[in-house]
Each structure stands twice: as structure tokens, then as C-alpha cells.
Design a binder for this molecule. Structure first.
Ligand code: DOR
Ligand code: ZN
Length: 473
């Protein structure tokens, strides 16, 4: 019998909506019990491994339903192996690679190959998303039942929208048959026309063509109408506009089977980053604005960074459950893909290793509660791809993440395991770091000698969260 006791952490169980300071006792790779600090025994007997989690949070392993791993076809940007390494460093124990590979994941053997390659590299769950159409061309429906039988956990042409409404309707009908959601990248190509940034005053000033909010909302509205009519399962990828949140909110209220996700960047950055300023953080931490210049291609992402009103609406949607999940849209690209004019740069941010500190800024500024946030990184996404239950209760698998909300680290190319170094946060100091990731009792990532000796920290994990940016002013 193997026993591990994770001591003195703040254990968050989003399924039970609890945060308990105390010990998490693991036995034979499963949770045995959670013991509150005051009730913890002086000794757990012999043959026990201790991990000191003082000042840290202990949560279920994070789940990312929107990850780009680039294999096969674009291994220079990322491989399944390097993506998995980045995942565990970011606290993720389940990731869902998107099918915009080459060839795209539009057949059962290609889906099975993802599982095979991942299994050779490590034990975390890599649950691929199959393409909606052959070659992601939007013209011919892929064999969705076969893809689901091979293990695809959802369907998407991400990177591109399912622009043909008839095909979208067919896919939604198949989603009922397979129980897997259609995850659409909502972008009306006839409105967006390849524009590289949000439409508005900033785009005008920079002389870049704009992607209006309507370019996203028109397709969200269409898809909701189709989901309502078919009864299919619709998931909206990377919602980025206030109007998009409102469409999903209203649809959910009518009982439409729709879910939504939001990225860490759309929750914490605006289109002013393209101008070289760092709204909403300008002048009040946590970032150093001297590291960013106008037209920095690392700010190009699809959908684009929007306005502060959109950011506020996304946070409100995440809090009230309109948005079910935080998803990274981890989009690794090479230096060459970004070293060009703004309009030619490949869109996307490296995300797996930066997601946690980015979204923790929302907790630190008291815009969302930590238990709610963790819920959107665990049980929220789990429900979308149907991998429940996720919890840290008795007999649940010991699949968990331990992070220190106050640890400070600098984003450098060397600090990231991902091949993708493309982030406008390069060079910044981040607050919050994953210390240990465990998959079914096995430690798959551990930072240095974390937890090996008693750290005797002042204050618990919760105390470290509040008002951190005010203090520094
Ligand atoms: O910014 C993005 N990058 N958005 C997408 O939809 C696709 C992704 C990619 O694959 O690089
Ligand atoms: Zn997308």
C-alpha cells in the first residue's frame, strides 16, 4: 500500500464548492480523505511520503478543452510530447488537441494515432478533437461517428469556422448521436475578411483593418438557432465579445444545449495591447509596459483582443456560469511565424504554462472567487467533453495540481517547456506558479524540490491572494 499525505494546503474541491485548509491523504493512487488542519493527527505512521503544501492550493488537475499540439505536420511549432510537457508544467492533466494539423484529424486512424503518440510519452489524458469536415475545408462532413468511436471527444474545424450552415446543422444532428459537442470557431469570413485586430479606435489609429464584434456574433447567433432547432450540442470556442456572452446567456435561459469557453488572454487583455499599452493593467501592475511596443505581432490572436467592456462582460459571464470553461487556445508558433508585418503574423499565444498566473490576476483583483475560477478549469470543461466526475473526495483518483499563488517567476523562452515562445507576456514577471502535478497518484511534474521539507510559510494560501497589486503601489 502506498500512502502520500499532502500537508497544510488549501484543498479546493469545486464539485463540493469547498476550500479546506488541512491534509489530503492519498492511498493507492486515490484520495482517502481530507482532514481539516485542526483535526490532523500528529503522526500518520510509518511508510508515508509527505508533500508540504503550506501556502499553496491543492486542486483537481486542470482540463484544457482547446489546445493546439501541431502534430502531425507542424512539429516545428510543437509536438504532442512538448505540448504534454508544457501541460503538466501548467497544472493540466487533461488536454484536447485541436485537429488543425496536417493532415487534419478527420479520420479514425489519425485520431487513434494521437492516443498512441501521447501514451508513449506520458500518463496524462490527451483527448483529441476530430475535424467537422474533411481537411477542415468546410465542404464535406467528416465521418463523425467513426471519429467518436475512435475516441474524439468533440468536433471542430478550429482555426476556421464551420461556415456552411447546412454542414453545421448536419454536424449538430450527429452530435446527438455521438454525445460529443460541435465546437465552433465563430468567425463570419464575409465580415471579418482576414482583419488582424479588433475593429475600433485602436485599429483606426494603427491603420490596421478591423474585425468587428459582429463577425463573431453573427455566427454564434446562427449556431444557437441551429442548436435550438436540432437539439444538438453546441460549444462556442473562445468567446471574445460582450454580445457573444449575452447570446449564450439568453440561449441557456431558453434551454438550448450550448456551452462556452473563454481564454486567459481575452479575460485579461484588450486591443490596446496592440498599441503597446497594457490595459486594464496600465500603471497598476502586474506587468511592465516597457516590454511591449506598438504593432507587436505577439499580440495577434484569433479572435482578436477586444475592448475593456468586452473583458468585463467575459468575466461576468465566467462568474455567473454563462461561460462554462477557461480554455487556453494554446497556439504555439515559431519565431519566423511572428517575425513579419502585423497582418502576416500567425495568430495565437502560447498558453498552457501561462494560463494559471494570468487568470489568478482576476482573483487577486477580486473579480472572481478562487473556487469559482478553479471550477471553470476543472468541472466546467469536464462536463463539456463528458469526463466527469472531477473531485478530490474519498476514492477519487489522485489527479491534482498544487500551486503557489504568490510565487513570482519571469517568463523567458527557457522557462517554457512548450516550443511556442510566442506571448506578449514574454519578459514579464508572473505571480502564481504550479509546483506539482499528479496524475492518478503519479507525480508527473515537480518544481525543484517542492514540498520535500517544511517551508514554514507565514499565512495560508488564501491570505496570499488578496490585494497583492495594491500593496506594491
Ligand atoms: O489564435 C488562434 N490560433 N486562433 C485560432 O483559432 C487558431 C489558433 C492556431 O491554430 O494557431
Ligand atoms: Zn479558434
Amino acid at each position: 500500500m502506498s500512502r502520500i499525505v499532502i500537508k497544510n494546503g488549501c484543498i479546493i474541491d469545486p464539485a463540493r464548492k469547498t476550500a479546506t485548509v488541512g491534509d489530503l491523504v492519498l492511498e493507492n493512487n486515490r484520495v482517502r480523505e481530507v482532514i481539516e488542519l485542526a483535526m490532523a493527527p500528529d503522526s500518520y505512521g510509518d511508510d508515508v511520503e509527505f508533500i508540504d503544501a503550506s501556502g499553496c492550493f491543492v486542486t483537481p488537475g486542470f482540463i484544457d478543452i482547446h489546445t493546439h499540439l501541431r502534430e502531425p505536420g507542424f512539429e516545428g511549432k510543437e509536438t504532442i510530447a512538448t505540448g504534454m510537457d508544457a501541460a503538466v508544467r501548467g497544472g493540466y492533466t487533461t488536454i484536447c488537441p485541436m485537429p488543425n494539423t496536417n493532415p487534419s484529424l478527420d479520420s479514425a486512424p489519425l485520431i487513434r494515432q494521437q492516443f498512441d503518440i501521447a501514451a508513449r510519452h506520458g500518463p496524462i489524458h490527451v483527448l483529441p478533437i476530430g475535424a467537422v469536415t474533411l481537411g477542415r475545408e468546410g465542404k464535406v462532413l467528416a465521418p463523425l461517428v467513426e471519429l467518436a468511436e475512435a475516441g474524439a471527444h468533440g468536433f471542430s474545424d478550429d482555426g476556421s469556422p464551420v461556415w456552411d450552415a447546412h454542414i453545421m446543422r448536419q454536424a449538430l444532428l450527429y452530435s446527438k448521436m455521438t454525445g460529443r459537442p460541435v465546437m465552433n470557431h465563430c468567425e463570419d469570413l464575409s465580415i471579418v475578411r482576414g482583419a488582424p485586430m479588433n475593429e475600433g479606435a485602436v485599429a483606426t489609429r494603427l491603420g490596421l483593418s478591423g474585425w468587428p464584434a459582429a463577425g463573431e456574433e453573427v455566427m454564434i447567433a446562427r449556431d444557437i438557432a441551429l442548436a435550438e432547432e436540432t437539439g444538438g450540442r453546441l460549444h462556442i470556442c473562445h468567446v471574445s465579445t460582450a454580445g457573444g456572452v449575452e447570446l449564450i446567456r439568453a440561449a441557456k435561459a431558453r434551454g438550448v444545449r450550448v456551452t462556452g469557453e473563454v481564454t486567459p488572454h481575452h479575460l485579461t487583455m484588450t486591443d490596446r495591447w496592440v498599441l503597446g499599452s497594457m490595459e486594464p493593467w496600465d500603471g497598476k501592475g502586474p506587468y511592465d509596459p516597457s516590454q511591449l511596443a506598438p504593432y507587436d505581432t505577439r499580440t495577434r490572436v484569433s479572435p482578436p483582443l477586444r475592448t475593456s467592456e468586452d473583458v468585463a462582460a467575459l468575466i461576468a459571464g465566467l462568474r455567473d456560469g454563462t461561460i462554462d470553461a477557461v480554455a487556453t487556445d494554446h497556439a504555439p508558433h515559431t519565431h519566423v511565424d511572428k517575425e513579419c508585418e502585423y497582418g502576416f503574423a500567425s495568430p495565437g499565444f502560447t498558453g498552457l504554462e501561462l494560463a494559471l498566473p494570468m487568470v489568478l490576476t482576476l482573483v487577486q483583483t477580486m473579480q472572481i472567487d478562487i473556487v469559482e475560477l478553479i471550477s471553470r478549469m476543472t468541472i466546467g470543461p469536464a462536463a463539456i467533453i463528458d469526463v466527469l466526475p472531477i473531485s478530490l473526495g474519498p476514492n477519487d483518483p489522485a489527479t491534482l495540481t498544487i500551486f503557489d499563488p504568490a510565487a513570482i517567476w519571469k517568463v523567458t523562452p527557457e522557462a517554457l517547456a512548450s516550443k511556442g515562445k510566442n506571448s506578449p507576456l514574454m519578459g514579464q514577471e508572473m505571480r502564481g506558479q504550479v509546483m506539482l502535478t499528479m496524475m492518478e497518484g503519479q507525480i508527473v511534474y515537480r518544481r525543484e524540490q517542492f514540498g520535500e521539507s517544511s517551508r514554514r510559510e507565514h499565512g495560508g494560501a488564501v491570505g496570499k491572494l488578496s490585494g497583492v497589486f495594491d500593496e506594491e503601489e
